[in-house]
Design a protein around this ligand. Sequence first.
Ligand code: TXA
Ligand code: MG
Length: 321
Amino acid sequence: MEEKPQTRPQCDISSAADFILSGGIGGVPTETVYGLAADATNEAAVRKIFAAKGRPFIDPLIVHVCDMEMAESVAKFSPDAKKLAEKFWPGPLTMILPKREKIGAIVTAGLGTVAVRMPSHPVMAALIRKTSRPIAAPSANPFGYVSPTRAEHVREQLGDKIDFVLDGGECERGVESTIILMTASPKKLLRPGPIPAALIEAALGEEIDKSPKKNEAHPQAPGMLKSHYSPKSRLRLFDSISEIPADFRGETIFFSRPKNPAPNQYWLSESGDVDEAARNLFALLRKLDKISERGIFCQRVPNVGVGAAVNDRLARAETKD
Ligand code: TXA
Ligand code: MG
């Protein structure tokens, strides 16, 4: 019998770079989640990202760079932006800054600003260096679904729509970057992430708006939608186990390992560590989404460090009755 070809072959940095330079798109590892990458200066390639994800063109993309020279070629950096770049890059911080001409309207949804980030994942950094191009990449999931934190997640969901998947192992942070709108006064936290807002305030020496009513820079930005990052199963949240109805027979996710876990009980962290919980969150939601028939209850995590970002994603993923 003829063997069915694998959705996409394993790929190394050099062939991924060739795909990117010839207008292809593919899954790439970052320290936060896997991205779906294209040359940010190639409009036709960037369009393919929107098609593969089923993402509306009104939702702008993040541009990934490997050094400050490339960063300054795509956006205008204020002294404060330089300060944050120095302190947190490479790393999981995205800054929204005035864009330069090099970045076209397709990437920014016609906005005058661009989202820029310098990822720390060595494979992604090497890929950007190899192509010498800024790389546009949203999270590599179908629009509205949970972000991928392993190469296999990308293959499963987008494998037949993309040119390659570059495997860089499991993502270390597990939730998407912190996004700061640098062009507003005060500056605004648009999405909580691995870098806590308090650290950014300390670095800037000023307060930022941590709960903008909506994304005023871009009211329709779907990452800001109340319901996003959602599994298909019904997901409900709890703080204390007493909130779960006694007759619930679905899967329960705890923050840390329960003493004597039942077969339908899971946990985000062995030891009660928010970083570990963030790392495991999306993979566990995906796994349970495949088997769940009666819905999932998930415990909120402590609101410290990346815990605020975990709770933010859980709130967006929660099924609203
Ligand atoms: O960690 C991450 O940020 C991952 C990895 C792959 O880098 N990327 C990611 O991209 O999460 P995405 O597209 O899923 O989320 C980016 C968010 C979207 O909600 C988008 O609306 C917002 O950033 N965004 C991008 N450019 C913007 C702009 N100029 N103004 C306001 N929001 C913007
Ligand atoms: Mg996303």
